[in-house]
Design a protein around this ligand. Sequence first.
Ligand code: ASP
Length: 341
Amino acid sequence: MDGRKSILIIHTGGTFVMESNEQGQLKPGDYAFDYIDHTINTLFDAKIVQTRLLNIDSSLFRPVHWVKIAEHINDNYDNFDGFVIIHGTDTMAYTASALSFMLKNLDRPVVMTGSQLPLKNRRSDALMNLVDSIEVALYSGLKEVAVLFNHTVFRGNRAKKKDSWDFDAFYSPNYNPLIKLGIGMEKKLHRYLEKKPGVFEIDTRLCEEVIIIPFFPGIDFSTFSIMVRNKKVKGIVIEAYGSGNIPSDNPGLEELFKDAAANSVPIAVCSQSPIGKVNLGLYEVASKAEYYGLISSVDMTTEATLVKLMIALGRYQTIEKVKKFMIGNIAGEKDDRDAGK
Ligand code: ASP
């Protein structure tokens, strides 16, 4: 080691590294590695190393890929001061949520980024996002998993993709950004996650048999009851209306609640309205949700709720422990204090 700080860039793919095939469709390319080697190293007085862990469109991501990234960070943890993950935008919020739970007692930044246009494109946002991410990994003092896009840093498990066209592609509906990059780096230190005592370790256990059911007028829940009774599903996330409104007399819904309870299948409730909190006690029509012990996601994103439930079911055998994990605040994914203006 030469005394300089060191950053590991982990490639996983996405538009960032893509190029056009003969039909003009984007597919992962292999030019980015050399391009970054030549340009980035001259910009920073730091040791910057790249690894290509994956090179796929992030819509192909499965939970096994989250585990692979967590293990790679674990294997390299002691050799780097921070990590930058290049990732497709489509499922970045899911991966960021998963890593935030899997990487325990983080004491350095893990910054995820991507781009709307490939690095090769002359109007690309890729280089800008990468340079910002390395800057943040080197100098922000973050000790958590973050998503960086368009000069803004969000808590990873609070972030959501909101735009497939604009360079301003992400937001975090219920938690204000951690950092803004303008001509300087404006750190909102009071929003940073505090490091928990304990040594860094990973816990990648999870259960994939979790489904999301979006509520819509006319939905019949009977099919999902069959899945529960046939043990095809171990956890359910219901995406309800507004403040967590679940019209309990909806066809098949009470039957689903009963079957889920009988089979120890937890049901978490998040909202189709990304901004705001779920409150299961607000409306009379939703009263059965409370009666059957459904879990409110409070202000967690759908992405974080799904991943957290997968992880809870992977780690715990009893429904009580799964619920305790879901209700708790593990990595700043939900509000239990003023998120700050
Ligand atoms: N389909 C791409 C992906 O998620 C989109 C992107 O990277 O922006 O990999």
